[in-house]
Design a binder for this molecule. Structure first.
Ligand SMILES: [Zn+2]
Length: 117
């Protein structure tokens, strides 16, 4: 029974420490979209990153916002990549067609030569 009590108080202490470590003074979070973007861009130092990670585990509001920013950044990135990919795909297809056309001309010439000898 004592053991359970100790376990409980240890957990409480742990959560209190976590809460102290990750919750800013007052009830409002000090984290803003700028911090999340900085984190996603890899601009936070390790200590800031750790603090933010711990906070995101405990704060559903920030976790939700972080996830939505992460998703929209990924979508932006995919859009940019898609835009960069389209011309290169078109270019690739054009080059492939050109190679096929040359190959066709070459084989036609060879066949013509073979048959004309
Ligand atoms: Zn928060």
């Amino acid at each position: 029974m004592d053991k359970t009590k100790n376990g409980d108080s240890f957990e409480r202490m742990l959560f209190a420490t976590f809460a102290y470590e990750t919750t800013p003074i007052g009830d409002k979070c000090s984290y803003s979209a700028e911090t999340f973007i900085a984190s996603l861009a890899g601009e936070l130092n390790q200590a800031e990153e750790d603090r933010l990670s711990a906070h995101l585990l405990l704060c559903p509001t920030c976790a939700k916002e972080y996830t939505s920013i992460e998703r929209s950044l990924q979508e932006d990135e995919e859009r940019l990549f898609a835009r960069a990919r389209v011309p290169s795909l078109a270019e690739h297809t054009r080059q492939k067609q050109e190679v096929q056309r040359r190959w066709h001309v070459l084989t036609s010439l060879l066949q013509f030569r073979l048959y004309s000898c």
